[in-house]
Design a protein around this ligand. Structure first.
Ligand code: SF4
Length: 144
């Protein structure tokens, strides 16, 4: 069965910065087609839950109270990539707009809800290494 890395918060794990999850409704269909590998880069990077929200600012990741957490985000991305390689995954379903998992659109770094083109640290690392990355609005493509 094909392997699929998946943001743990999309499976109902309460690992988001605000201590909640964002479960998707088609979990059973995903289980039927893929061997799911749940990951959370921000937890893997050593951050607590709940945690102060962070956004991408240029090359860095900065919390809303001004702390540079780039190292934690990069470590988490490396760990997700490492697990993906270990399990032989080639695809990932990642939570949209996250500074780790966002794929193509992310928050603008001003903590005002604005969005800009860009990639979370984990999505970027996976894409650089040949993974196909999907957001939750693209789940139907994974279920074809
Ligand atoms: Fe979800 Fe990814 Fe954020 Fe973890 S790092 S809470 S998996 S969006």
């Amino acid at each position: 069965m094909e392997k699929l890395l998946i943001s743990a918060c999309l499976l109902g794990v309460s690992c988001r910065y605000d201590g909640i999850s964002k479960p998707v409704s088609v979990t059973q269909k995903l289980f039927e087609k893929y061997e799911l590998i749940p990951v959370c880069a921000e937890i893997f990077g050593g951050l607590p839950t709940p945690r102060v929200p962070a956004e991408i600012c240029g090359e860095k990741v900065i919390t809303s109270d001004g702390r540079d957490v780039t190292a934690e985000y990069l470590k988490g991305a490396e760990e997700v990539w490492r697990l993906g390689k270990l399990f032989g995954a080639k695809k990932a379903l990642l939570k949209e707009r996250s500074p780790s998992c966002g794929n193509g659109i992310i928050h603008n770094g001003k903590f005002d809800g604005g969005l800009v083109p860009g990639f979370g640290k984990t999505a970027a690392l996976l894409l650089e290494n040949g993974f196909e990355v999907f957001g939750e609005s693209q789940i139907e493509e994974l279920l074809k």
